[in-house]
Design a protein around this ligand. Structure first.
Ligand SMILES: Cc1ncc(COP(=O)(O)O)c(C=O)c1O
Length: 484
């Protein structure tokens, strides 16, 4: 990354006291020195020109030059007061340390702090094989996106606060999309635009749960959702998942009166199974009987390789029990931070209010650009193209694993999504293998990371969508080293 040259701060807080016996240049010198030593002004930070600072502080330019000359002489700043100065790297910095610790976070704050939801990236470096759920970022049509953005900024910049539920044209486009592509039953007003599905789950937990409420959670399941539910005070009930999805009967046995069930029915994360029609009906029936909510996370349903995508659970719901969570993180790119909820009509106001309290809204211009991207047919085209690409990449991965690691990893091609689960031989500890792979620069998350209950057999999550065939083949060979 190239380092950005620090611009001078817009203002510097330097209170000067004209009635003091200490001369103004001395007060200015002490103020800047103190700002540097306390860390308020970082090494490399630019300082305002002597003319600008003199004007701002209402002192003569000579006063500023005198102070800056002294700071330069003592090595606190470098450059020339007339042509520009910056904070030097040299001076010993003494950040203030509090003598006694403060009261610290609240009980809720401690739950949040201890949740330790990991970052999903490695700083600003590109993702490495086989981190799951990463789309092919190099294939994103960013030139087209920037043309749409430029057009919006030229013709129709929207700079005021917007609607907490989301920008109208985007909500309409999403409603149409989920009706047609996902078989959802949805009016535009039911769409709440969110900052990704993470915020969708967080809002649902805050609007619909009270502390102590039991929530069925697929186990193994998506850590991001489980953490948001836990932080809201939910009592997580880890319900097992079999070849047909979440085992509803088992959930009923463990906590029949739960308030909510979190499921990823199109492509269970991380196991990859699709929930059967019978299970979907059983889950909906239970929710109606128990007066519970179903949180349907439909994170990567667009990528289905065998047949048409299965309709969403939301479309089968007659009783308004389902809160549908969608995201553009997988179809477009995760940094966009745009997703959506489809909520029952009677909950719309509560969710809009929750969004307003949390952060008012998502950025209007990004929403508008996305609306244009959807409305112009670019989204459908991009998804179709990625579906073909991901299907090929999965084949590369499955072939390479079978050829080189067939005796150590068992893989079955996945009918959907962007990752598959490679089973280890019974008795092999997946966390150990994953840690070994990490030392070789790979990310292959262990299945055991995703459950509260230890799985009978270890496995590795292998994402393929975001990596070139060469990177996938090379990664598989390295994975072989880790396995040995
Ligand atoms: C199961 C599941 N849901 C949702 C998401 C997407 O989260 P977000 O929309 O907050 O980026 C992911 C991404 O890893 C996921 O694995």
């Amino acid at each position: 990354m190239s380092r950005v040259r620090a611009a001078p701060p817009a203002t510097l807080f330097l209170p000067l006291d004209a009635s003091s016996s200490s001369p103004l240049y001395r007060q200015l010198y002490s103020g800047v020195r103190e700002s540097i030593l306390s860390g308020r002004l970082a090494p490399g930070a630019g300082l305002p020109s002597s003319r600008a600072l003199a004007e701002e502080l209402g002192v003569s330019r000579n006063t500023v030059i005198l102070a800056f000359d002294q700071l330069v002489a003592e090595g606190y700043i470098e450059g020339s007061p007339r042509s520009g100065t910056r904070v030097a790297a040299v001076p010993e910095r003494t950040p203030r340390v509090k003598a006694s610790p403060g009261p610290g976070p609240s009980a809720r704050g401690k739950v949040i702090a201890n949740s330790r939801l990991p970052a999903l990236s490695r700083g600003e470096s590109p993702p490495v094989p086989f981190r799951a759920g990463v789309p092919a970022l190099d294939q994103f049509p960013y030139r087209l996106w920037s043309r749409l953005a430029a057009r919006r900024w030229r013709r129709q910049p929207m700079l005021d606060y917007g609607e907490p539920g989301g920008y109208g044209a985007l909500r309409e486009a999403i409603a149409e999309y989920v009706r047609l592509a996902r078989g959802a039953r949805c009016l535009t007003e039911q769409v709440i635009v969110t900052s990704g599905s993470q915020q969708g789950v967080d809002l649902a937990a805050r609007v619909l749960l009270d502390p102590g409420d039991a929530v069925w959670m697929e186990d193994p399941g998506y850590t991001g959702a489980r953490t948001a539910l836990q932080v809201a005070g939910a009592r997580i009930v880890p319900v097992p998942v079999d070849g047909e999805g979440l085992v509803v009967q088992e959930g009923e046995r463990m906590a029949a009166q739960a308030r909510m069930a979190y499921v990823s029915p199109s492509h269970q994360f991380p196991l990859g199974v699709t929930m059967s029609a019978a299970r979907r009906l059983a889950l909906l029936r239970w929710a109606s009987r128990a007066g519970a909510w179903i949180l349907e996370d439909d994170y990567d349903s667009e990528f289905r390789y065998d047949a048409r995508p299965l309709a969403a659970l939301q479309g089968m719901d007659e009783d308004g029990r389902v809160i549908y969570v969608g995201t553009f993180s997988k179809t477009l790119f995760p940094a966009l931070r745009l997703g959506y909820l489809i909520v029952p009509v009677e909950l719309v106001d509560a969710f809009r209010a929750a969004r307003a309290v949390s952060d008012r809204q998502s950025p209007t211009m990004d929403q508008a650009i996305l609306a244009d991207f959807l409305g112009g047919g670019h989204f459908a085209r991009h998804v179709r193209r990625m579906r073909r690409l991901y299907s090929e990449r999965q084949e590369v991965l499955v072939d390479a694993v079978r050829r080189h690691l067939g005796d150590r990893l068992e893989v079955t091609p996945s009918a959907a999504g962007m990752h598959l689960l490679a089973w280890l031989e019974p008795g092999v500890d997946d966390a150990t293998v994953s840690a070994g792979a990490a030392t070789l620069g790979l990310e292959a998350a262990p299945l055991s990371r995703y459950g509260l209950v230890r799985p009978d057999r270890g496995g590795l999550l292998l994402g393929w969508a975001g990596y070139s065939p060469e990177a996938i083949r090379e990664g598989v060979l390295k994975l072989g080293e880790a396995l040995r």
